[in-house]
Design a protein around this ligand. Structure first.
Ligand code: ZN
Length: 133
């Protein structure tokens, strides 16, 4: 698995975009809203990986809950897989608790699934697979 991106929960996407542009040395290349997850996202390229900034658009968003409980900061790490269905099946058999029954559509043209933090040393792990259209 390749580390595809690290997701960071932020309160103010516009301010965080400016800050991370200064930090990384280039601007985000994409902003995308995922209505189903109630988030606005932006992406920065960092070598072969990415940084995903996530801002809640509603109180029910997982990002809103994360910020309420823990404040801003790293929300998840994401690994890219070739066959998300096969990986989910493999991890289930290994005893990992998955947060999704089936992969769902995430940002950046990806199918995604999450592994419960209780299964991964308190780290929320995302599996993602690029959607080829
Ligand atoms: Zn992500």
């Amino acid at each position: 698995m390749k580390l595809e991106h690290i997701g960071i929960a932020v309160k103010d996407l516009e301010a965080a975009n400016e800050l991370y542009a200064l930090l990384i040395g280039k601007k985000h290349y994409k902003i995308e809203t995922v209505e189903s997850e109630q988030v606005n996202t932006s992406f920065f390229k960092t070598g072969s990986s990415k940084i995903e900034l996530l801002e809640a658009t509603g109180p029910k968003s997982a990002i809103a809950r994360h910020i309420e409980k823990r404040g801003e900061g790293i929300h998840h790490i994401a690994f890219e897989v070739k066959d998300i269905y096969a990986e989910m099946e493999r991890l289930r058999k290994e005893g990992f608790r998955l947060l999704n029954e089936k992969p769902k559509r995430g940002a950046d043209n990806k199918l995604v699934c999450f592994v419960h933090p209780k299964s991964a040393n308190s780290v929320l792990v995302e599996l993602c697979q690029r959607i080829v259209e």
